[in-house]
Ligand binder design. Structure first.
Ligand SMILES: [Zn+2]
Ligand SMILES: [Zn+2]
Length: 210
């Protein structure tokens, strides 16, 4: 939750803190930073470390066989699972293959099949549908951004070069995009610290959520 701060003595305003933003292109959150030396607003777009599978797969699970020795226990599973009466469970076993679940993840289908298999039945898990994951792609590196004009206008976000080649950037090694000092970008403001621009009083204006 970012917090907004204003200077009571000059037009400086800035925000610091972390928030979620729309998951796109491998980024899912942003951390707002300020330079404690000159007051320039910065931000880090935080790359997600896992963009998920290339596609999502959906499975249907069929009960395909229940040998005589397993039938009683399999009927217990069917009755419990589908709230069938005894006659209903018998009918289900006569009508194999019997669909016991659909539109399942692989893990969901395996979990559903487990008690039937433990009872001695055969369950087949069939891939029925596959849809691409729109967020799939290469894992990105964190991006460091700076506001290219002072408040109140603020200008546009401009991307800065990141020191080192780490996906997760080290703020201690980063230079401010404006004053060029290193180790001055912070994501939390210390109460009582005076304005980097004019030495005046900085006042918190509360937090906001996305
Ligand atoms: Zn000020
Ligand atoms: Zn600076």
């Amino acid at each position: 939750m970012p917090t907004k701060y204003v200077c009571l003595g000059c037009p400086l305003t800035f925000e610091v803190g972390w928030f979620h933003h729309i998951f796109r292109n491998g980024y899912a959150s942003k951390t707002l930073l300020v330079c404690v030396s000159c007051g320039t607003q910065h931000a880090v777009e935080n790359a997600v470390s896992d963009r998920g599978p290339e596609s999502f797969q959906y499975f249907t699970a069929y009960l395909t066989a229940a040998p005589p020795a397993a039938r009683v226990q399999v009927m217990v599973c069917l009755r419990h699972h589908f709230r069938l009466d005894l006659a209903g469970a018998r009918e289900a076993l006569k009508a194999l293959p019997y669909r016991i679940g659909s539109d399942l993840s692989r893990e969901g289908a395996e979990a559903l099949a487990a008690p039937y298999r433990a009872a001695g039945a055969t369950v087949e898990i069939v891939l029925i549908r596959e849809s691409p994951n729109p967020e799939y792609g290469p894992v990105q590196s964190d991006r460091l951004l700076v506001r290219d004009a002072p408040p109140p206008d603020g200008g546009l976000w401009r991307e800065l070069a990141v020191a080192g080649a780490n996906a997760s950037l080290d703020l201690e090694r980063q230079a401010c995009g404006n004053c060029r000092k290193t180790g001055v970008l912070v994501s939390e403001w210390t109460d009582g610290r005076s304005c980097p621009a004019c030495g005046g009083v900085i006042q918190g204006q509360g937090t906001w959520m996305t």
